[in-house]
Design a protein. Structure first.
Lengths: 429, 429
């Protein structure tokens, strides 16, 4: 196909008519497709149904150390669950705390605690005139919502194919002591599916922030969420790297089993240095008597160990892989060579990122919606919902069935074409 | 028995010798008894083991409205769980939000949110010079820990047999706009087992606080935790009473199934007015995608409805009743007429409150410990751990077996006798 920008006005107008007819045809189908969130599909949930059978009234709900999981207590999680999640998070069991069902909740609580009580003895952020966070963009909307909710100023840092622009990150944290954190999804990032390069991680570990309470918020949400067996991205483990670099306290690492077992009822965890964990435990013991240990035990009994968990993730991959490939194939087939957008081809995670021509994303998403396809809102991948180029659209292939997904992507590509033509025509006028 | 104070020095000294010998004998038994916390016993946990069987891989984990409990979403709880907990909390299902496994966590989060974001638009408490809470005493140590952690000044309000001293409460909240809350366990209170009288509840609902962001923290932890079928305390429902009194927004009501199903993995809830819930939801949607719906469904399938839950509580009562009665009997038998202490005789809840002679509580608890019996720390029932009379001791009969409990109470009574004699003798000197 010829790039649209190389086509004449007449050619574009002619093409526009054809595409409009196709769009009307789509509208006639009365579709109800949802690609807005990174929700696992029913098929994926089914592979974890064995979770419901591993604990019965005939089973002993006691840990190896004698802890009765049914009763109160054990603030930081049962030993077995710490081992399992430590293996998943590539840290020592002593360096993690197990929480409830949501790592987002852990991140929220971490920011909230810093607001009211500071970080390892620093001034509570609510007492400061200004608190800022660095936000690699495009990024995860729920991260940005937390910092926005607490009135924390967010500074965009562009993503590159190897991670955030580290020149900028280094420069900013070394210059401004009101910068207290940076949101990272370092592996199969949301939404681009980028994994930070070795150099990026090393530079993170060697940051020299002026703020002693600066922390890297390392949300390793997709740590074992590969699509392929052999082609897997590898990420340098950040806690160990920070320790080697002499910055052991500079990072909080988050993860959960939300996209391993059940999204509604997984277990979440934080990993950090001993100093940080001591600081966190001071607060945690006030907040709760303990998180749900029965659910921790359920996870341990179901997965057995990290090998069991990795094997389980292959089942997820078998369901996700064709969906990712269908998205990429459709984009290649429908938009390849048209020069109206670019997209990523991740090897894991939950998202594909699409960048349209500048100024087109909102219109594309709106056009999809009018034909029954809900995409993540354009702008959602930027702080305050403001994409300065109005170009980024997050594609979440997991939830629809494969036939629905193919249909959805055809519709999406069609909307991209129409909106791009309109855009090019308006530039010609 | 003759009251100790009416005995001569010589009589007391003689008695002291006998009691010392008995104490030595106890020490020789090498006991390890724990009455420190309101923890259900293993026997109580066993009656909920059916919880582990109601959801299997053969079951459909879908709600009546089609919600798949395994996946993300439903911030305020599934409809069926809201109905069940609404019935337990005696409010409408529309007026509650279901949380995770810990009502303490809900209370913490409520105070934390008020610190960072205020209450329904009020100034965030962290921006105020002074924030104060009223604390009916004796009360629940974990409540006091939350307010202490946030630097909130705590003001003691004496408990009476009908609830907190309402004259004082009314006077304080009407005079001081830095008073933002009051901690209440209104039914079978911790530690006294007192239920607030109708008049007390009505006066609560009619409070005229100068602070518009003043809230009653109504922790109805023991709402269905009766010991007897016919002799049950009744509490006026506070949300409805506040509404009738023209103060619909003045109360947050908390509860959980921690002492109904499993302490480690129950479900918690808040009940409040629509205005308050809207305010809370603004924060909650930032904090999490949703709490554990599978566990909510598990509770619904296990209990069926409120009748099932009430029937279940009869099984708890059958285990708890003999323990409460054993404590009271031992206190009556060992200490009756000696005038060295007073105790409550609750009809529900988890605690019995004992008041020793002034200045004796710490020593009694220490003496128990030296013979292998751990009681709740003396002072724990007061803010900052400071009992001004050093007299209150919380007795938690639930955790030990009945034989252990009887032994523990004999030891406790013995320690009370010894310490009281020492105290009286020192006063004579």
């Amino acid at each position: 196909m010829k790039p649209y920008v190389e086509m004449t006005k007449e050619e574009l107008q002619e093409l526009r008519k054809e595409l409009s007819a196709q769009y009307k045809e789509f509208q006639g189908r009365d579709l109800k497709l949802d690609m807005s969130r990174g929700k696992p599909s029913a098929e994926q949930l089914d592979i974890s149904m064995g979770m419901m059978d591993v604990l019965s009234s005939n089973d002993d709900l006691t840990c190896d150390d004698g802890t009765d999981c049914r009763n109160y207590g054990v603030l930081d999680g049962i030993k077995e669950a710490k081992e399992l999640l430590a293996d998943m998070m590539e840290v020592a069991p002593d360096h993690i705390i197990i929480y409830g069902n949501s790592s987002l909740n852990v991140m929220y609580d971490t920011v909230s605690r810093s607001m009211t009580h500071g970080v390892m003895g620093s001034t509570p952020w609510c007492k400061l005139d200004k608190v800022k966070f660095l936000c690699p963009v495009p990024g995860y909307d729920r991260h940005f919502s937390i910092t926005e909710y607490f009135g924390i100023e967010m500074i965009n840092v562009p993503m590159t194919p190897t991670g955030p622009d580290m020149d900028l990150v280094e420069q900013l944290v070394a210059a401004d002591d009101s910068i207290k954190g940076i949101w990272c999804v370092p592996k199969y990032s949301n939404p681009q599916g980028i994994s930070y390069s070795d150099e990026t991680v090393r530079r993170f570990a060697r940051l020299k922030p002026v703020a002693s309470d600066f922390r890297i918020y390392w949300d390793n949400a997709y740590t074992i969420h590969h699509l392929y067996d052999n082609e897997q991205d590898h990420l340098i483990e950040i806690l160990a790297e920070c320790k080697r670099a002499g910055n052991p306290d500079m990072v909080y690492k988050f993860a959960s089993t939300s996209k391993v077992s059940f999204p509604g009822s997984g277990i979440a965890a934080i990993a950090a240095s001993e100093n940080n964990l001591t600081d966190i435990m001071k607060q945690l013991k006030i907040q709760t008597i303990g998180h749900d240990k029965v659910n921790q035990l359920r996870h341990v009994r179901f997965f057995g160990d990290i090998h069991g968990m990795v094997e389980h993730m292959r089942k997820h991959a078998d369901i996700m892989r064709p969906k990712f490939e269908a998205v990429i194939e459709t984009l290649e087939k429908e938009l390849g060579g048209l020069e109206v957008g670019e997209w990523t081809c991740p090897k894991g995670g939950y998202f594909i990122s699409f960048d349209s021509l500048d100024g087109c994303a909102k219109t594309i998403v709106a056009k999809c919606k009018k034909a029954g396809l809900v995409m993540t809102g354009a702008g959602a991948t930027y702080p305050y919902g403001k994409d300065p180029h109005d170009s980024n659209i997050r594609i979440a292939p997991s939830y629809p069935t494969l036939p629905d997904l193919k249909q959805a992507m055809e519709l999406f590509a069609l909307c991209v074409k129409i909106v791009s033509i309109d855009h090019i025509l308006s530039e010609m006028a």
